[in-house]
Write a protein that binds this ligand. Structure first.
Ligand SMILES: NC(=O)c1ccc[n+]([C@@H]2O[C@H](COP(=O)([O-])OP(=O)(O)OC[C@H]3O[C@@H](n4cnc5c(N)ncnc54)[C@H](O)[C@@H]3O)[C@@H](O)[C@H]2O)c1
Length: 255
């Protein structure tokens, strides 16, 4: 039986670990060739090795999503390797602790931290979409999935720039979904709740009990559970879905 993404050429940003790695492994298992990109060369090489060892097809790309030339080159490298780009998962992102803003309320964020958060988590997604859409428009369409967050749908105390960036991703997704429907490019986002990755270690240390007690499932999500939604949104099985933002959050936003 053919996989959900059989024959599709895909690009994933932030594929070195966490949700991006889980998506890369699932995409490959479902028959896609995968260009795995990340800022961290070691981790991206590890993801690619895992895929290739399991008999899949993957290449590694090292690059920063805040650098427009690097982002254009990610798309070019994917095309060079696979001759096409059918799906993209724009997933690279950072958390508050990575810009020294963990636990800080809105007025306590530094300007530098705010700018870096927006650069990676919002502008990086837009730069990626821009490069991908240009190619997809000229080649009959495609599917793009952006990683937003429950922080793109609700306010989260001490995450102000993160929340602003993720609300921005939701807005970009809705707008591009409308704009490119005629070109057969579907654009959607996934909105994970609290998922067990390196990114959430600090948040869980600071307020893990509160997070789990307000999550109806009373547990964190696993990266693989997010990857399932991303895979479906990239696949032809979601052919009538665009401009949508899907929670995969153990019921957090419904609570
Ligand atoms: N873990 C969660 O609970 C959760 C919840 C909601 C949304 N998200 C979002 O999911 C995405 C992935 O998060 P994760 O939990 O897997 O985190 P992670 O820290 O495990 O992985 C993020 C990856 O992105 C890469 N990256 C960071 N900055 C980059 C840059 N400038 N250019 C290229 N790559 C860069 C990192 O090197 C890392 O490999 C992020 O966008 C995050 O905001 C995570």
């Amino acid at each position: 039986m053919a996989g959900m993404l059989e024959g599709k050429a895909t690009l994933i940003t932030g594929g070195g670990r966490g949700i991006g790695r889980a998506a890369a492994l699932l995409f490959a298992k479902e028959g896609a060739s995968v260009a795995v990109s990340d800022l961290q060369a070691d981790s991206v090489a590890e993801t690619v090795e895992l895929i290739n060892k399991a008999g899949g097809q993957a290449i590694s790309i090292v690059g920063d999503v805040t650098d427009p030339a690097a982002v254009d080159s990610m798309v070019q490298s994917t095309l060079k390797a696979f001759n096409r780009l059918d799906c993209a998962f724009n997933n690279a992102g950072i958390a508050g602790y990575q810009v020294d803003a963990a636990g800080k309320k809105t007025a306590d964020w530094s300007e530098e931290a705010f700018d870096r958060m927006i650069a990676v988590n919002l502008k990086g997604v837009w730069l990626s979409m821009r490069a991908e859409i240009k190619h997809m428009e000229a080649n009959g369409g495609g599917a793009i999935v952006n990683t937003a967050s429950i922080a793109g749908l609700i306010g989260i105390p001490t995450s102000s720039a993160y929340t602003a960036a993720k609300h921005g991703v939701v807005g970009l997704t809705k707008t591009a979904g409308i704009e490119y429907a005629k070109q057969n490019i579907r654009v959607n986002s996934v909105c994970p709740g609290y998922v067990q990755t390196d990114m959430t270690k600090t948040a869980m240390e600071l307020r893990g009990d509160e997070i789990l007690s307000t999550t109806p499932f009373r547990r964190m999500g696993q990266p693989e559970e997010i990857a399932e939604m991303v895979c479906w949104l990239c696949s032809d099985r979601s052919s009538y879905v665009t401009g949508a933002n899907y929670n995969v959050d153990g019921g957090y936003v419904a609570n």
